[in-house]
Design a protein around this ligand. Sequence first.
Ligand SMILES: NC(=O)c1ccc[n+]([C@@H]2O[C@H](COP(=O)([O-])OP(=O)(O)OC[C@H]3O[C@@H](n4cnc5c(N)ncnc54)[C@H](O)[C@@H]3O)[C@@H](O)[C@H]2O)c1
Length: 327
Amino acid sequence: MKILITGGVGFIGLHLTKHLLQNEDNEITLADNFFRGEKDKELEEILKNDRVTLIELDLTNKDEYEKLGNGYDYIYHLAAVNGTKYFYEMPEEVLRINILSLIYILEWMRSENKEGKLLFTSSNEAYAGAIEAFGKLPIPTPENVPLVISDVYNPRWSYAGTKLIGEQFVIHYAEKYKLKAVIVRPHNFFGQRAGFSHVIPEFALRIADKKDPFEIFGTEETRTFCYIEDAVEAMKLLMESKNTDTHPIETVHIGGEEEITMEGLAEKMFESAGWRPNKIEKKEAPKGSVKRRKADITKIKKLVGWTPKTALKEGLKKTYDWYALRS
Ligand SMILES: NC(=O)c1ccc[n+]([C@@H]2O[C@H](COP(=O)([O-])OP(=O)(O)OC[C@H]3O[C@@H](n4cnc5c(N)ncnc54)[C@H](O)[C@@H]3O)[C@@H](O)[C@H]2O)c1
């Protein structure tokens, strides 16, 4: 299969590439402008494979699309500006980059690559505003809850806005131009090379530095986490399944099943590290933080028979070991 991964040198992109390379018939093109993805050893290693090609381009520049060529069977559109820091610092750019790159990808598909199938990565952020606006959501949360921006003036919701309208773009382009497409909403994917600003990398670095007392914010808040190798397998299965060639297209949650408090997460990571602080400082959760978040994954189980395989403990150990080497 000929495969294009936009945002291909980022966290999910590189793990997805490794996973797809296990099939000898796959040829993979990574398209990225290195806004966030890094030219590190892992990328260098992958680029040694002659079934992988890197194209450097800015997907918000329409003139650069001819670099992509055409004839792709599968297009994973992952490119986006992601990361809370950016939502606050440059919401206008988050909006411009995420929306423009999606519109141009859809336009390029319908004119140059109509036979291909698109996978668009939305986010659980697209519905997270419902809790702030209405106080509750069903837990576990299924795909068909309303998508909500609770305050358009708050820059925090800029990214969520791009995912909300992004889903609408993909649904209605797919419908109008009979494109094959599937939307996924990742829920807290974690693993090696995930940047440094999420809770797990952040804990890992502080544990590796033996920070004592050890601060934990929102100790009783719960989350589920999905190890990246399971996550990319879910994405591949959804892309390759005939069950997602339907119109209207499917939107599917991908997430872990093991719900854990922030304190429990820290404890599991202390175990992975073989070190424990003498004192834990319990701090209040950041304002607006959600107490409980868990995806309902009934739909993906039905569509492609996927369930997460990696126990949280095992994924955390692999992740911790990777970050500890970099602290
Ligand atoms: N990691 C998660 O748990 C998670 C959760 C929800 C949604 N998502 C979505 O999944 C996708 C991939 O996430 P990730 O964690 O790998 O993020 P990431 O930031 O590691 O990767 C995104 C990649 O897109 C590239 N990019 C940004 N703007 C670009 C542009 N104009 N042209 C070309 N490339 C550009 C970046 O350089 C980066 O390599 C994103 O759409 C993100 O919103 C991820």
